[in-house]
Design a binder for this molecule. Structure first.
Ligand code: SAM
Length: 225
């Protein structure tokens, strides 16, 4: 890097954020980052079926490769010389999911989070983000992940959020982590858009509230609306 961390903030004011999305899947996170104005350069995933939807819906390149074998050098070559670098990684969550209580520490997917941690240490991006199932919060592998970030000089913030409170039409709770070398960072408060879903035998009724204004959308299975 051309700058020292001490004056990094001043040096980078107004710079564009460039991202790499590890475990990118079909590109949901990449899409959100791009919509937020972030230049996502690359998504990495082992599932070949993700390649087409990922590149059709996003500007980023897709790399079919295991994060286990990605090197810091490869990542560095993707990031431009200037600008703020964001490493994002939503490692597979089956290991920690409540649907998979039998998962053991021998499950190799535990270690994917540690691989991510290693890549953060080796590439030292200014920003890091990850998302996973809430149950991960209580696991040692997650505490180690946070400790490693703090030891490397990151300010870390994480909490469990409900996607419905951010305007997503789904009651889905997720652990979200942000880490920054610029100083304290906070996950933004709820968007003011709340999705409430009511179900009955023949219909799904979804009420969206944005800044106090509510709108109800109703869909009927097998019945005209
Ligand atoms: C929870 S999904 C990620 C979803 C993605 N963030 C999105 O917004 O669409 C986890 C992804 O990790 C991928 N994966 C599993 N093991 C991997 C590995 N060793 N290297 C890279 N990707 C892997 C899976 O194929 C899956 O697409």
């Amino acid at each position: 890097m051309k700058y020292r961390e001490g004056n990094m903030k001043d040096h980078l004011v107004g710079s564009r954020v460039h991202a790499i999305d590890l475990f990118c899947g079909v590109g949901g996170l990449t899409h959100g980052l791009e919509k937020a104005g972030i230049d996502v350069r690359l998504g990495v995933d082992t599932d070949p079926a993700c390649g087409f939807p990922y590149t059709a819906n996003n500007d980023a390149e897709f790399l079919l490769k295991s994060v286990e074998y990605i090197t810091a050098e490869e990542l560095r070559s993707v990031f431009p010389e200037d600008g703020i670098r964001l490493l994002a990684g939503c490692a597979p969550c089956q290991t920690f999911s409540t649907y998979n209580q039998k998962a053991s520490q021998s499950d190799t997917r535990w270690w994917l989070l540690l691989r991510f941690s290693r890549l953060v240490r080796e590439t030292s991006p200014e920003l890091v983000t990850m998302e996973n199932v809430p149950r991960l919060t209580n696991q040692k592998v997650f505490r180690d992940f946070v400790d490693d970030l703090e030891d490397a000089g990151y300010h870390v913030s994480h909490r469990v959020v409900n996607c419905a409170d951010y305007g997503v039409p789904q009651q889905r709770r997720r652990l979200v982590l942000l880490a920054s070398k610029f100083g304290p960072i906070e996950i933004c408060p709820e968007s003011g858009s709340t999705i409430r879903e009511q179900k009955c035998s023949s219909a799904v009724r979804c009420t969206v509230e944005v800044s106090g204004i509510a709108c109800t959308i109703e869909s009927c299975r097998g019945h005209p609306t």
